[in-house]
Design a protein around this ligand. Structure first.
Ligand code: HEC
Length: 129
């Protein structure tokens, strides 16, 4: 009889562990996939190197790097990007604001989360961080 009780306790413990791990899995899913609708966009640790540069690499650098950069706009270096960040053209273009060239040219608008990250970085002074 005692043997049986120990077994069911073990079973209960395993069940609890299972629930605990499922909880952890869901938590990290939100962090790993911030683009899932309804999940949160993390704007607490936006930096040039870890946040903005990768967005530029994916969406802008193919046309805006090197000597033949479109419109003379360079997005693959901090020096180039900080110019359009500070004169308003970066956020104006990606948010498709009137009076700016809508970017990425011929492509889909950036996700709301990426737009918010760019705005956060620009508003904080477009630092080289
Ligand atoms: C497929 C090529 C292409 C991609 C990708 C692209 N651009 Fe452009 N971009 C251009 C061309 C061509 C122009 C010049 C014509 C115009 O203004 O529409 C331009 C113009 C601009 C201008 C306006 C410059 C001015 O003086 O008015 C800005 C700012 C800009 N791009 C930023 C970006 C950003 C930021 C991205 C990424 C989100 C991006 N572009 C992606 C081709 C591209």
């Amino acid at each position: 009889m005692e043997h049986l009780i120990t077994k069911s306790r073990l079973l209960a413990l395993l069940l609890l562990l299972g629930i605990a791990f499922t909880g952890c899995y869901n938590d990290s899913e939100e962090e790993l996939y911030p683009e899932i609708p309804g999940s949160q966009c993390d704007l607490t640790s936006v930096t040039y190197s870890s946040t903005i540069a990768p967005i530029m690499a994916t969406n802008c650098n193919s046309c805006h790097s090197g000597a033949s950069a479109s419109a003379g706009v360079v997005t693959n270096t901090y020096e180039g990007l900080s110019i359009i960040a500070k004169n308003g053209k970066l956020y104006g273009s990606v948010s498709h604001a009137s009076g700016y060239s809508a970017m990425p040219q011929g492509g889909a608008m950036l996700s709301n989360c990426n737009l918010d990250k760019i705005k956060t970085w620009v508003d904080a002074g477009a630092l080289n961080n």
